[in-house]
Design a protein around this ligand. Structure first.
Ligand code: SF4
Ligand code: SF4
Ligand code: FES
Length: 340
């Protein structure tokens, strides 16, 4: 098939950036990575891109196609050619471009290292007895364990775009991979550290990382689980945590979000007083209901019933985070009842 594509080239020596058009002959089974190989072999040997496994395992070939982060070895070209579309290929976002489609992953790895991506089992010498765990015990971190560190989620992260210091979706998903591991013994220390400035509560919840992750890791869900575990452990110093707690309390007591109390409950009374003028202006325009008497939903019992149901199911912390199941692989084993 005839494949046409445009590639944003970047020459680090001249600082020149240019959109170049390529046309090559490729087999019908070709993925984007195959086409880039053909361009490099037959048209321009100076084209820069990363690759290794060619089978969605190594995480090397992250780049953007038409503005969305993808793995080049996962994108089949045939449907694109059949549509007559000419895709634009560019380097991933939120990381400095070194050459053409190659980005500097140093900030990415620095954040992964900050998460302490190794188990802290609480013992220094390996005990002689074997520790066995069931699949059920490992299932809570199944999706996070699928991460191949490609950086596609980081490329698309809105929060990181405005704050490059934000830990980011890949690092935080890695953090939950250890917080949720039944063998880990330093969960609270980890959660304390992940609650620091630029940490879990700085996520804007745009869900782009879930949308773009090529392995179904769903990093935003991992961040939600870290938040829920933090609150369960009483780590609620961040405004984000206080905000989340008030949402739950408000929904449980009235069936509504009591917006007039949101600021004092989240930011404190002093901060709320400073915003009195703004609050009066909102009230004049009918934007906030009067705080007294509290606005209680007609069928508030339903909200309370839901809250009690979740509690009765023991769904505190990460277990209470409902998430979609779109991981690329999922292993289910019935328990053999021998998990100790
Ligand atoms: S949901 Fe959060 S971590 Fe994910 S891309 Fe959006 S801001 Fe970044
Ligand atoms: S979470 Fe997904 S997108 Fe992000 S680095 Fe891991 S595999 Fe790549
Ligand atoms: S080449 Fe390894 S993930 Fe694409």
């Amino acid at each position: 098939m005839d494949v046409a594509l445009k590639i944003w080239r970047f020459d680090p020596e001249t600082g020149e950036r240019a959109l170049k058009h390529y046309n090559v002959e490729a087999p019908e089974w070709a993925c984007l990575l195959d086409v880039l190989d053909i361009v490099k072999d037959q048209v321009d040997g100076t084209l820069g891109f990363r690759k290794s496994c060619r089978m969605m395992i190594c995480g090397s070939c992250g780049m953007r196609m038409d503005g969305r982060a993808i793995l080049a070895c996962k994108e089949r070209m045939k449907p694109i050619v059949e549509r007559g579309h000419v895709p634009v290929i560019s380097a991933m976002g939120n990381m400095p471009v070194l050459k053409d489609l190659v980005v500097d992953m140093t900030p990415f790895w620095t954040k992964i290292r900050r998460m302490k991506p190794w188990l802290d089992t609480g013992y220094e010498e390996i005990p002689e007895r074997e520790f066995r765990h069931t699949q059920e015990e490992m299932n809570p971190i199944h999706k996070e364990s699928l991460c191949i560190m490609c950086g596609c989620c980081v490329s698309e992260c809105n929060s990181m775009e405005s704050d490059p210091e934000f830990f980011g979706p890949a690092a935080l998903a890695k953090g939950f991979r250890f917080v949720g591991d039944p063998r880990e013994r330093a969960q609270v220390e980890r959660l304390e550290s992940y609650n620091d400035e630029h940490g879990i509560w700085d996520c804007t919840r745009c869900y782009f990382c879930n949308e773009r992750c090529p392995k179904g890791v769903d990093p935003r869900d991992a961040i939600a689980k870290l938040g829920a575990e933090s609150i369960k452990e009483g780590i609620d110093r961040d405004l984000g945590a206080k905000h989340a707690k008030w949402f739950v309390h408000s929904a449980k007591t009235t069936g509504w979000l009591r917006e007039t109390e949101l600021v004092p409950k989240t930011q404190g009374v002093v901060s709320a007083i400073k915003q009195t003028k703004f609050a009066i202006s909102l009230a004049k325009h009918g934007k906030v209901p009067p705080p007294v008497p509290p606005h209680v939903a007609d069928r508030v019992q339903e909200a309370r019933g839901l809250h009690e149901l979740v509690h009765s199911q023991g769904r505190a912390g990460a277990a209470g985070i409902v998430q979609g199941e779109k991981a690329l692989s999922r292993i289910e084993h019935p328990s053999d009842g021998d998990g100790a």
